[in-house]
Design a protein around this ligand. Structure first.
Ligand SMILES: [Zn+2]
Length: 303
């Protein structure tokens, strides 16, 4: 199962935020009721515009699952706005909606930040997406824009046309002049929350935060270098208490991960030769319903 998730993630690895889902682990919860269902899941989940009724639950893994009983992050709140409303991806498990509201309240205490602009969360019933993201499938992932919000009264149209800002240079090896102490404060707050499993960001940002962090450095553990993630950072929450069909991710290696991040940067600047023993990645079709937990068939069909 882990290998399958990893292969899916590798194949979908062309754009930012798409490979942030390899390394699955824990108990597989896939049932067999949909074992022969070859329908392409992203088209089915992408076509449903409302959440499933009933109680909230994540099913499966971040990159192979779905969500029941999702809540919407309100499009505008006192300290946030959801962006790109046309995508209808401002949906998540209640814990994610709560978390984002809390983090945005902290962000609003930072000079120059009215709060947060929140990017993609999940589709109303989660599942694979027709564009972008291998993960974001179970209502526990969210992208947060690097752009400091100057105001929180953007119209729908503005939320489609405004872009975030780039905060890296040299392919993620370093931060650029748009990176600020406020970004670091917000990421520190974001990672210090026990609801968070890990946060993905470009390697140069982690190295910068490792250099600047004072006092308690334990929060750096959850900040993980990854490809892309230079216009937004990606927050992944833990499976909520009692979510028995939610499949957690393998633990992060102990320590602050700063040496690992520096190695990422070194590899960006001086790419190592390809591994001659690497197994070739077998081409694979799109994720089908059979690749998802059996409960996702019910989630898709319930009204
Ligand atoms: Zn993401």
């Amino acid at each position: 199962m882990v290998r399958i998730f990893a292969a899916i993630a590798l194949i979908l690895s062309l754009a930012s935020c798409q490979t942030d889902s390899s390394g699955g682990g824990g108990e597989a919860t896939v049932s067999t009721q949909n074992a022969d269902d070859t329908r392409v899941a992203k088209y089915l989940f992408g076509a449903v515009t409302t959440p499933s009724p009933g109680s909230s639950a994540p099913y499966g893994f971040y990159s192979a699952g779905c969500q029941a009983g999702a809540q919407a992050l309100p499009e505008t709140g006192p300290t946030w706005q959801a962006m790109r409303l046309s995508r209808n991806r401002n949906w998540g498990q209640p814990v994610l909606v709560d978390y984002l509201q809390d983090l945005s309240a902290f962000a609003a205490t930072q000079p120059g930040w009215a709060g947060l602009y929140v990017g993609d969360m999940s589709q109303p019933r989660g599942g694979p997406m027709a564009s972008g993201h291998a993960s974001h499938q179970i209502g526990l992932d969210a992208d947060v824009w690097m752009l400091p919000p100057q105001r929180l009264n953007l119209t729908r149209e503005e939320r489609e046309s405004i872009s975030s800002i780039q905060t890296d240079r040299t392919d993620g090896a370093y931060t650029n002049s748009s990176w600020t102490p406020q970004h670091e404060a917000i990421l520190r707050e974001a990672a210090s929350d026990p609801r968070v499993n890990r946060i993905f960001i470009f390697a140069g940002a982690k190295v910068e935060m490792c250099a600047n962090a004072t006092g308690d450095r334990s929060w750096l553990h959850k900040i993980r270098p990854w490809y892309g993630h230079n216009f937004h950072f990606h927050v992944r929450l833990n499976c909520p208490q009692g979510a028995r069909y939610c499949e957690g991710q393998d633990p992060i290696p102990p320590g602050d991960g700063c040496a690992d991040a520096q190695q990422w940067v070194n590899n960006i600047l001086n790419p190592p030769p390809p591994d001659p023993n690497a197994e070739p990645v077998e081409p694979r079709g799109p994720v089908t319903m059979a690749d998802l937990p059996g409960q996702c068939l019910d989630v898709l069909g319930s009204d």
